[in-house]
Design a protein around this ligand. Structure first.
Ligand code: ZN
Ligand code: ZN
Length: 496
């Protein structure tokens, strides 16, 4: 979906006289808190759904600075919350994430080495910086609004389990983002840009077949083989690829397929993820996959159950919003790295066999019309309210997220500088959104245009999150996906 940038320019940056220096000072005044949050959460390195300490720390930081926690446990997510300050409109949302990844624990050294704490989980996706950036920006904005008597409401969202891709969609289906006028998020990366991408919508189906166990040698005719049902399903699903759009994706994991070779398996379980360009496309292929599961049962005289573990929407781009945020990215980025930091980054690149050109020293042009194969649960937010994210260099170029090198950078001065600068870019964009009705209107007009009259209806079948449907081991294996496509944050896919 490519929509040309709106032409009116009464909200363009060059016509503005706003002085951001006071706000900038407010962010600087929070520098210690920002790094305390980032480094503590980096140390905690808690996995999706288990971000107990990280979530509490960030909620507390906001509470201590005048925000009120109005909700907790949204959509059955124990570590979620909403922190609110201010009154009236506009209502500005800011998203926080805090989950880490298994197996990515690392020391703050430019080589693969275990974390000193012994924690094998690590912030290889930099979500420790997402929280600190958003919390710092929110507190600074609030202090500035108070002093300058700027009207409006700030609402900060503690969003769990991004790496499982199903935190924000459960929060959205529970109405958490209702009433927002506009929303911002942020993500550390290897480049400086904004999140103006159209990502894929996706759905996860957990399919189980129940058959009959029997001695596989002596009485096989007494059994009904659940594994065969899973195999038939997978053959059919793979054939379906011929009828999928080129941008669609299909992945699966076999989670259970029998316990002993001499027993006819009476139970099989697979997890299927389908991704497509839109919610409608997802629903079409979801129905097809469920039919296949039933067909596999009929073929094998087994019985299937299908659990929808949650579905997420595509991310809606917004060129007007992206342009304004990019203006502020250019104000605070690129970061001036020291020679030591560049040497550290190059050492990581060398270890990983990448070009040794260090950390980004530019801001990319506004990405427009970029289709991304990955997905993000920010998609659900972006269909409820115009949403844009700051993306900023916090680890070496060419290094995709979910690597030890990212964990290393996010725990030392590179991550420290990155989150402080990102908080400034976010706060400055927030100030514009609060004080420029024309900008907000232009952003909302584009949002309405991109939605083409469609209404958001959650792709999850239940309002309660699926934690408990899988074992802890499976939860750990249940990897996110957006980051596989992060090469898009390089330059190749830009249409300038
Ligand atoms: Zn990630
Ligand atoms: Zn991430």
């Amino acid at each position: 979906m490519i929509i040309p940038v709106l032409q009116e320019n009464n909200f363009k940056m060059e016509n503005k006289m706003t002085d951001y220096s006071k706000l900038e000072k407010e962010v600087d005044a929070q520098a210690d808190l920002i790094w305390k949050v980032a480094s503590n959460v980096w140390e905690f390195a808690e996995l999706s759904y288990e971000e107990v300490k990280s979530s509490a720390l960030e909620a507390e930081a906001l509470e201590k600075n005048g925000f009120k926690i109005s909700d907790r446990g949204i959509g059955g997510l124990d570590t979620s919350w909403i922190a609110t300050w201010g009154s009236g409109s506009p209502v500005l949302g800011i998203l926080v994430e805090f989950d880490a990844l298994p197996g990515l624990g690392n020391d703050t050294v430019p080589k693969q080495a275990p974390a000193k704490s012994g924690n094998t989980n690590g912030h290889g996706c930099g979500h420790n910086l997402i929280g600190s950036t958003s919390v710092g920006a929110a507190i600074a904005l609030k202090n500035h609004m108070e002093k300058e008597k700027i009207a409006g409401t700030l609402r900060v969202f503690g969003c769990p389990a991004e790496e499982m891709l199903n935190g924000k969609n459960y929060m959205a289906s529970d109405g958490a983002f209702d009433g927002l006028d506009v929303c911002m998020h942020n993500h550390p990366m290897s480049e400086n840009t904004v999140w103006n991408f159209h990502s894929t919508a996706s759905i996860d189906l957990l399919i189980e077949w129940h058959g009959l166990a029997a001695h596989a040698g002596a009485f096989p005719w007494e059994g009904r083989n659940a594994l065969h049902a899973a195999e038939i399903f997978l053959v059919a699903a793979n054939m379906m690829r011929e009828q999928m759009l080129p941008t669609a994706r299909l992945h699966y994991q076999i989670l259970s397929g029998g316990l002993a070779v001499n027993v006819i398996p009476d139970y099989a379980k697979i997890l299927v993820r389908y991704r497509g360009p839109s919610a409608e496309n997802i629903l079409k292929y979801k129905a097809w996959l469920i039919d296949m599961a039933k067909g596999a049962s009929l073929s094998t005289q087994t019985k299937e159950t299908v659990t929808n573990l949650g579905g997420i929407y595509d991310c809606l781009a917004n060129d007007v919003f992206a342009e304004r945020m990019t203006d502020h990215m250019k104000r605070y980025f690129p970061i001036k790295w020291t020679d030591e930091e560049q040497a550290y980054a190059k050492a990581i690149q060398k270890e990983m066999g990448k070009p040794e050109d260090g950390l980004a020293v530019n801001v990319l042009p506004v990405p427009t019309g970029v289709e991304m194969g990955g997905s993000s649960d920010v998609g659900d937010v972006s269909w409820n309210v115009p949403t844009m994210g700051a993306v900023y260099s916090a680890w070496p170029r060419h290094i995709p997220p979910h690597q030890w090198g990212c964990t290393a950078c996010n725990g030392m001065s590179i991550g420290h500088k990155a989150t402080l600068h990102a908080a400034k870019a976010l706060a400055a964009t927030g100030l514009d959104l609060l004080t420029e009705p024309d900008l907000l209107k232009a952003i909302r007009d584009e949002f309405d245009k991109r939605k083409e009259g469609k209404q958001y209806k959650s792709l999850s079948d239940s309002k309660i999150n699926p934690r408990g449907q899988m074992s802890d081991e499976n939860i750990k294996n249940y990897e996110c996906c957006i980051h596989a496509a992060m090469e898009h944050f390089g330059i190749k896919e830009h249409k300038e």
